[in-house]
Design a protein around this ligand. Structure first.
Ligand code: 5GP
Ligand code: MG
Ligand code: MG
Length: 187
């Protein structure tokens, strides 16, 4: 879906499809270099967080020039639709065993950091060789809870964004770009 298909709902376009593609390629070169330094010959395990990370996972995985395995987790953080509470529940767990694996969490956005800090600890407790984090977007609030992020696509302003996997009420995930939602949509 293009911006023009939902123009009335959009305040501004933050990141175009092209800009996202360029940045993901840069992130992939970082990830490849890091993996080359730590590899034990097994594929890097990408853990995508459903549903927001679907697009970034698909593009990142295809751009990477190293073998990877993809697995998915679904978690829900209780709270309102635009703010998370930090109470996290697993809705769908991983299929893969993590013991000894090099894990890279792939996230769409780091906001308060509550979800991701919980997830990193949860995966660490399963005995992986390493747990690292790649997030496409990071908001300023993310500094409140410390989460070590090895690969970050873009630092963005503290506004509610949609598109490229990110939703409002399950809509706009299929928008190609990342945009700021017009306040009248959720008012
Ligand atoms: P955190 O726990 O870091 O505050 O929130 C992480 C989750 O909240 C993200 O994975 C995402 O689902 C949701 N979220 C946070 N900020 C935004 C935003 O600006 N837009 C959308 N669509 N979701 C967001
Ligand atoms: Mg997410
Ligand atoms: Mg959401």
């Amino acid at each position: 879906m293009e911006i023009s298909d939902v123009a009335g709902d959009i305040e501004s376009v933050l990141l175009t499809e092209e800009r996202i593609r360029e940045r993901i390629a840069e992130l992939c070169r970082e990830i490849e270099a890091e993996d080359a330094a730590t590899t034990d010959g097994t594929p890097l395990l990408l853990v995508g967080v459903l549903k927001g990370a679907v697009m970034v996972m698909a593009d990142l995985a295809r751009e990477l020039r190293i073998p990877v395995q993809m697995d998915w987790m679904a978690v829900s953080s209780y709270g309102s639709s635009t703010q998370s509470s930090g109470v996290v529940r697993i809705l769908k767990d991983l299929d893969a065993e993590l013991a000894g694996r090099r894990v890279l969490i792939v996230e769409d956005i780091l906001d308060s950091g509550l979800t991701l800090s919980w997830l990193v600890e949860n995966l660490r407790s399963r005995g992986p060789a390493s747990v690292r984090v790649c997030t496409l977007l990071r908001k300023p609030e993310a500094v409140k809870i410390r989460v070590d992020v090895q690969h970050c696509g873009f630092d963005i302003p503290n506004e509610f964004v949609i598109g490229y996997g990110l939703d409002y009420a399950e809509r706009y995930r299929n928008l190609r770009d990342v945009a700021v939602l017009a306040p009248h949509v959720y008012a």
